[in-house]
Design a protein around this ligand. Structure first.
Ligand code: SF4
Ligand code: MSK
Length: 625
C-alpha cells in the first residue's frame, strides 16, 4: 500500500508506523478487513433488514420498488425503529451490566466477601448515602456501603418508583420526561421491554418505539452508567488531576509489558497492585527484565489513568497494533470492545491473551476466571503468567514506535469543582461573559470508516479555537491525550477567552472525564449548571458529539444525551436512513418533544460549524453576548 493510502487510515504517527510494520509482517488489521467488506450491505446500512422472526429475513427496497413490506406486513418505519431500539437495548445492557458488577463488588467489599477491596472515598459514600436517605449516624463505612449497594441493586429490577439519580436533573427536565412517559422505571425492565416490544407483532408504531428507546437509554445514562461511575469512585477513589503518558511508545523494550484492555476497573485495579509485588518484581528481574510495566487500552485504560496515571497504550483501533509490537507479554481482557482478532494475531507472537470474565471468552485465549473474593491472588497469578512469558519474547521481532505524549487527566466533577475553587461560579461567569462560549462533550470510539483520530482531533481543535470548553471520555479522550491536547500548554491552541480561563485555572482546554460510563459525569455537570441558572439542560449552550462512534453503547449514549436535552452530532451515519420518518423524528421532530435532536455530519469541521451555530443560538436565547 502506498503511503498516501495509508495516511487515509490514521492521523496518529504511531499508528501509521505500526500499519506499515503490520503490512511488512503480512498481518491483517481491522482496516484491511473493512476494505474487504466493501461494498457493505446496503440494506444493513439503511437499517431495512429484519430477522426478528423466521418468516424472514425480510428487507425493504429502499428505492420504492418491491418489496415494501416484510412477510408479517412490517414496513420500513417499523423495521428501522425496531432495529434501532435493539441497538439501544444492547448498549444500555452493556453499560448497566458493567454498573451492576461494580455495585456487587462494593456490596462484597462491604460484607467482607471481597477482602482485597477497600472503600477509598468515604466522602463520596456519605454524599450518596445522604442522596438515598440512608442512615449514617453511628454506623461503620461498611454498613453504610452495604445499604448504598443494596439500594443500587434494587434499581436494576425495581418494582416501584423511579431511579434515584433522576433527581439530579433539573425539575424542568424531569417534567419533560414525565409528560412524554420517558421517566425510566427499573434499568433491567426497560431493556427487557425493548426486547418484548420489538418481537414480531408487538409495537409497530415507530414513534411509540422511539419514545421507549429514549426511556431505555435514559435508564443507562442516569442509572446503570451513573451507578458504575459513582460506586467505582467509592471503591477505587474519585479521580483527581493526574499526569501520565499515552500512545504505543509507552511499551518498554526492557520490561515485562502487560496491557489491560476492556472496560471494568475491578480486576485492573488489582493488576496494578500485583505488579508492585516485590516477589513478582524479583521474578521479573530473574527472567532478565528490568521491571513490570502496566499500560491500559480503551476504557479499562481510562479507568486506570484517571485514578493512577497509568500509561495508556492507545484507543480502540490500536489494540491489534499493540500486539504487533511483539513486546507484549500479556493482554488481559475483560468485557466490551475487545476484537475477536486478537487471539489470531497473538498466535504470531509470544503474547498471551488472557480472558477473565465468564461473560467474555475468546477461542484461543487462556481463561483465568476472575473472582472478587480472591481478587489479588488471581491478579498475581495473571501477572506471574506474563512475567514467565518474558523469556519467550523474540527481541528480533520487537518493534515499538517511539511516539508517546504526556497528558493530564482525572477531571471528575469533584476535581473540576476543586479547580474552580469549590464552586461553579467562576465557570458560570466565564460562560455568561462569553470567555467560554459553551461546553461540548466529545465521546466515543474509533471506526475505520473515518480516518483514525481525525474526527476526534479536528473537531476538538476547532471547538477550543472557538472558545468552547471540551470535555471528553472514552477513545476520544485517548486521541486527545496522544495529540497533547490534555496538557495545560494546549491552551495556546484555544481562542483568547478559553485560553485566559485555562491559564488562570491551570487546566487544559480539553478535560478528560473518564471512561464511557463516565459520560454520566458530563450529565451531572450539565444538570448542575442548569440548576445553578434555574433553566432546563436544553436551554444551555451545550452539545455532544461522537465523531467516530461504532458501538451499540454509543447508540445508547447518543440517545440518552439527546433525551437529556443536549443536541448531538454523529460522525458516522446510524442505520436509520431507510425510514424517512424515523430519520426525521431523530433529527428534527425530537426537538418538539425533548428539546434536542441528532445531526449527522462526517466532516468534523462542518460538525464544528453546526455546533457553534447551535451554541450561539442557545446563548442568544439566554440573552448572553
Ligand atoms: Fe420479516 Fe416481519 Fe419476521 Fe421481521 S418480523 S423477519 S419483517 S416477517
Ligand atoms: S472503549 S465503546 S471503543 S469509546 Fe469505551 Fe472506545 Fe467506544 Fe469502546
Amino acid at each position: 500500500m502506498d503511503q498516501e493510502k495509508r495516511n487515509q487510515r490514521s492521523i496518529d504517527p504511531a499508528t501509521l508506523v505500526m500499519l506499515e510494520h503490520a503490512e511488512k509482517e503480512g498481518l491483517e488489521t481491522a482496516w484491511d478487513r473493512h476494505d474487504k467488506q466493501d461494498p457493505q450491505c446496503g440494506f444493513g446500512l439503511l437499517g431495512v433488514c429484519c430477522r426478528n422472526c423466521n418468516m424472514g429475513p425480510c428487507r425493504i427496497d429502499p428505492f420504492g420498488g418491491e418489496p415494501q413490506r416484510g412477510v408479517c406486513g412490517a414496513g420500513a418505519d417499523t423495521i428501522v425503529a425496531r432495529n434501532l431500539l435493539r441497538a439501544i437495548a444492547a448498549g444500555a445492557a452493556a453499560h448497566s451490566d458493567h454498573g451492576r458488577d461494580i455495585v456487587e463488588a462494593l456490596l462484597h467489599a462491604a460484607t467482607g466477601e471481597a477482602p482485597d477491596y477497600r472503600i477509598k472515598d468515604r466522602d463520596k459514600l456519605l454524599v450518596l448515602a445522604a442522596e438515598l436517605a440512608i442512615e449514617v449516624a453511628g454506623r461503620s463505612d461498611e454498613e453504610i456501603a452495604a445499604d448504598v449497594a443494596s439500594a443500587a441493586l434494587d434499581e436494576f429490577g425495581m418494582s416501584k418508583g423511579t431511579l434515584a439519580f433522576l433527581n439530579r436533573a433539573p425539575e424542568a427536565r424531569r417534567n419533560v420526561w414525565s409528560k412524554f412517559g420517558l421517566t425510566p422505571r427499573g434499568i433491567d425492565r426497560e431493556i427487557v421491554e425493548v426486547m418484548h416490544r420489538t418481537h414480531i407483532g408487538v409495537d409497530n408504531d415507530y414513534v411509540n418505539l422511539i419514545l421507549h428507546g429514549l426511556r431505555t437509554a435514559l435508564s443507562d445514562g442516569w442509572g446503570g452508567s451513573m451507578w458504575a461511575t459513582e460506586l467505582s469512585d467509592v471503591l477505587f477513589g474519585t479521580p483527581q488531576p493526574v499526569e501520565g503518558v499515552s500512545n504505543l511508545g509507552v511499551l518498554k523494550e526492557d520490561q515485562v509489558n502487560i496491557i489491560v484492555h476492556g472496560h471494568e476497573p475491578t480486576l485492573s485495579e488489582m493488576i496494578v497492585e500485583a505488579a508492585r509485588d516485590p516477589e513478582l518484581l524479583e521474578l521479573a528481574r530473574a527472567q532478565g527484565a528490568q521491571g513490570i510495566s502496566i499500560s491500559g487500552m480503551c476504557c479499562t485504560g481510562n479507568e486506570l489513568l484517571m485514578r493512577h496515571g497509568v500509561p495508556v497504550a492507545g484507543n480502540f483501533l490500536q489494540q491489534e497494533l499493540a500486539i504487533i509490537t511483539g513486546a507484549v507479554e500479556a493482554m488481559i481482557v475483560d468485557v466490551q470492545c475487545i476484537m475477536p482478532s486478537l487471539t489470531g494475531l497473538a498466535d504470531c507472537y509470544h503474547t498471551e491473551i488472557i480472558s477473565t470474565s465468564p461473560k467474555a471468552k475468546f477461542p484461543g485465549a487462556k481463561h483465568v476466571p476472575f473472582e472478587e473474593k480472591s481478587a489479588l491472588k488471581i491478579a498475581k497469578e495473571i501477572v506471574r503468567m506474563a512475567v514467565e512469558n518474558y523469556p519467550n519474547r523474540n527481541p528480533d521481532r520487537v518493534f515499538i514506535p517511539r511516539e508517546k505524549m504526556e497528558f493530564v487527566a482525572g477531571f471528575s466533577v469533584e476535581a473540576i469543582l476543586s479547580a474552580l475553587g469549590g464552586s461553579l461560579d467562576p465557570l458560570l461567569e466565564a460562560i455568561k461573559e462569553g470567555a467560554i462560549k459553551g461546553i461540548v462533550g466529545i465521546v466515543g470510539c474509533n471506526n475505520p470508516k473515518i480516518t483514525h483520530d481525525y474526527g476526534h482531533i479536528a473537531l476538538t481543535e476547532e471547538l477550543i479555537k472557538n472558545d468552547v470548553l471540551v470535555v471528553e471520555t472514552g477513545c476520544t479522550a485517548i486521541a486527545s491525550a496522544k495529540r497533547g491536547l490534555l496538557l495545560p500548554e494546549a491552551a495556546a491552541k484555544a481562542g483568547p477567552g478559553l485560553r485566559s480561563v485555562c491559564e488562570a485555572l491551570k487546566i487544559p482546554p480539553v478535560l478528560h472525564m473518564g471512561s464511557c460510563v463516565d459520560i454520566s459525569r458530563i450529565l451531572v455537570v450539565a444538570a448542575a449548571v442548569a440548576n445553578a441558572l434555574g433553566v432546563d439542560i436544553s436551554d444551555l449552550p451545550l452539545a455532544g458529539a461522537a465523531p467516530e462512534w461504532m458501538s451499540e453503547k454509543a447508540v445508547s449514549i447518543g440517545t440518552y444525551v439527546i433525551g437529556s436535552g443536549i443536541y448531538t452530532v454523529l460522525g458516522t451515519v446510524p442505520p436509520v436512513l431507510g425510514s424517512e420518518n424515523v430519520a426525521a423524528l431523530l433529527t428534527a421532530g425530537a426537538n418538539d418533544v425533548i428539546g434536542a435532536a441528532f445531526a449527522v455530519e462526517g466532516d468534523p469541521l462542518k460538525a464544528a460549524s453546526l455546533i457553534m451555530e447551535h451554541i450561539n443560538g442557545k446563548r442568544s436565547k439566554l440573552g448572553l453576548p
